[in-house]
Design a protein around this ligand. Structure first.
Ligand code: ATP
Length: 239
């Protein structure tokens, strides 16, 4: 029996004027999975996530989440239903306090029952608890990434979509980050992970997709992709 589909993307297109950034992409994430989308710079990874989040309107195709068609729904509605994006470059508010940043994650909660989730974020990230009232600008890059993920968790997501979360982090923080992703998944959160760090991404994911110039050119089990030497050379560039 097939696991319940959480996210089902069919024939998705994104265009910016004459640039066709995402071309007929089909992908899915089953409930409980970690799935990675790999690709070189400019392959269309961010455009794909922006379409899934609702920040850009797709030029075609459909996005279903937990059985409902959300293609025409706003970002806010998607967040409320449990699809949460952690954007590239974190996009935290550096002049606001750590606490205020986390409260932004509660903003779209329809149930208003976010206090427990906020507490569990502080329990999970003691560094954030210690710096609760400080401006987010005092955090290190790794801590800022934790804050961006913590903010997402306050919305109690079913699916977290991460856009190149390891970018710019030191190797130690990259390790922590990937451990955190596994932990969140064990806690029941499904993950769509967009990465250029192919090796790490394929280590935590069970399946992966490779985007090239907007099209999916390869997909498969993470082990098979990791063993595919041609993959790195052909589509992903050097790392
Ligand atoms: P990166 O790793 O740099 O984020 P990516 O794989 O996420 O790359 P996208 O940022 O989605 O790729 O870009 C895909 C294509 O769309 C590129 O050719 C890019 O120049 C183009 N593009 C992205 N955003 C816009 C925009 N707002 N307007 C016009 N073209 C855009």
């Amino acid at each position: 029996r097939r696991a319940a589909m959480l996210l089902e993307v069919t024939g998705l297109h994104v265009r910016y004027g004459r640039t066709h950034a995402v071309k007929a992409v089909d992908l899915h994430v089953a409930e409980g999975e970690i799935v990675t989308v790999l690709g070189a710079n400019g392959a269309g990874k961010t455009s794909l996530l922006r379409a899934l989040h609702g920040a850009v309107k797709p030029a075609g195709g459909s996005i279903r989440f937990a059985g409902d068609d959300l293609t025409a729904q706003s970002s806010a509605e998607r967040v409320t239903r449990g699809m949460m994006l952690v954007p590239e470059g974190r996009q935290i508010f550096v002049s606001m306090s750590v606490h205020e940043n986390l409260l932004m994650g509660a903003y779209l909660r329809r149930d208003g029952d976010w206090a427990r989730d906020l507490k569990s974020v502080y329990d999970r990230f003691p560094n954030l608890a210690e710096r609760r009232d400080m401006p987010a600008s005092v955090l290190s890059g790794g801590e800022q990434q934790m804050l961006a993920i913590g903010r997402a968790l306050v919305s109690r997501p079913r699916l977290v979509m991460l856009d190149e979360p390891s970018l710019g982090l030191s190797p130690l923080f990259v390790n922590n980050l990937f451990n955190l992703i596994k932990e969140l998944n064990r806690d029941g959160i499904s993950i769509l992970l967009v990465e250029q760090n192919t090796a790490m991404a394929l280590e935590v994911a069970s399946r992966g997709y490779v985007l090239e110039l907007g099209s999916l050119v390869l997909e498969g089990g993470a082990d098979a992709l990791a063993g595919n030497a041609a993959l790195a050379e052909a589509y992903l560039g050097d790392h």
